[in-house]
Design a protein around this ligand. Structure first.
Ligand code: SAH
Length: 213
C-alpha cells in the first residue's frame, strides 16, 4: 500500500479536527500531517484510518485514537535531542510520531505477535527507533536510562516505580492511570526522590499488563 494525495487530504482534515479539539503544538500537528496512519491499521480497517477513533489491531490491542496520540505527544513536550522511552509500541503509530520529533526513541512491547508484526512494518517504512524491544514495560529499559521523556500508551493501574527511577532529573513522564478509565497524568522529576504531579483529562486505554498471560 502507498501514500497518495487522497490520504494526504484526509490527514489535513484530521489535523483540522485535532486543532478544533484543542491541540495546539505545531510540531506535533506537523508530524501527524505527515505520518500515513493507514499503513499502521489492520488491513480490514484502512478506510477508517483518518477517523478520530481507536481501532483493533493484532493480539486484542488497539491503535490509539489520533486525538489521544496528539494529546499525549503535546503533554510530553519532546525536544529534538530528547531521549524518549515509549511503553506499548502496539501498531507503531505513536512511535512514528515520536520519531518525527526526535531520533532517540526506545520502545517496548509485550505481545510477541504484535512486536514481530510492527518490527516488519518499521523496516518496510524505514522507521528506525534506537531500539524496539520485546519485554515488560513495567521494568523500563535500564541499559539506556536515564530518559528525558517517558510515555506509557496503556492504562496503568498503578505507577511503575522503575519508570520513575529511569527518568532524568527535569524529565517528564506521561501516563494514563486507572483501571477502567484513566486520568492522564504527568510527572516531572524535580530531584532523585521528588516529583511534581499534574492531572489532565479522562481516557480509556487497553490495560498495561504486568505478567505475560
Ligand atoms: N501506541 C500504540 C498503543 C497500543 S495499545 C498504538 O497507537 O498503536 C497499548 C499497547 O501496550 C498494546 O500493544 C499492549 O500490548 C502494550 N502493553 C500492555 N502492557 C504492556 C507492558 N507491560 N509492557 C509493554 N507493552 C505493554
Amino acid at each position: 500500500m502507498e501514500d497518495t494525495p487522497k490520504h494526504q487530504g484526509l490527514r489535513n482534515q484530521l489535523v483540522s479536527k485535532l486543532r478544533e479539539k484543542g491541540i495546539r503544538d505545531e510540531a506535533v500537528l506537523k508530524v501527524i500531517t505527515s505520518v500515513p496512519r493507514h499503513l499502521f491499521m489492520d488491513p480490514s480497517l484502512v478506510n477508517f484510518a483518518y477517523e478520530d477513533n481507536a481501532y483493533p489491531i493484532a493480539a486484542d490491542q488497539t491503535i490509539s485514537q489520533p486525538y489521544t496520540v496528539a494529546y499525549q505527544s503535546q503533554l510530553l513536550e519532546v525536544g529534538p535531542s530528547d531521549k524518549v522511552l515509549e511503553i506499548g509500541t502496539g501498531s507503531g503509530y505513536q512511535t512514528a510520531i515520536l520519531l518525527g520529533l526526535t531520533p532517540l526513541v526506545y520502545t517496548i512491547e509485550r505481545q510477541q505477535l504484535l512486536y514481530k508484526k510492527t518490527q516488519r512494518l518499521f523496516s518496510k517504512l524505514g522507521l528506525r527507533p534506537k531500539k524496539h524491544l520485546f519485554g515488560d514495560g513495567y521494568l523500563g529499559f535500564q541499559a539506556e536510562a536515564p530518559y528525558d521523556r517517558i510515555i506509557v500508551t496503556a492504562g496503568a493501574p498503578e505507577v511503575p516505580k522503575k519508570l520513575l527511577n529511569q527518568l532524568k532529573i527535569g524529565g517528564k513522564m506521561i501516563i494514563p492511570i486507572g483501571n477502567k478509565e484513566q486520568l492522564m497524568t504527568r510527572f516531572t522529576k524535580t530531584s532523585s526522590t521528588s516529583f511534581d504531579k499534574e492531572t489532565f483529562g479522562r481516557f480509556r486505554f487497553v490495560p498495561l499488563l504486568q505478567h505475560k498471560n
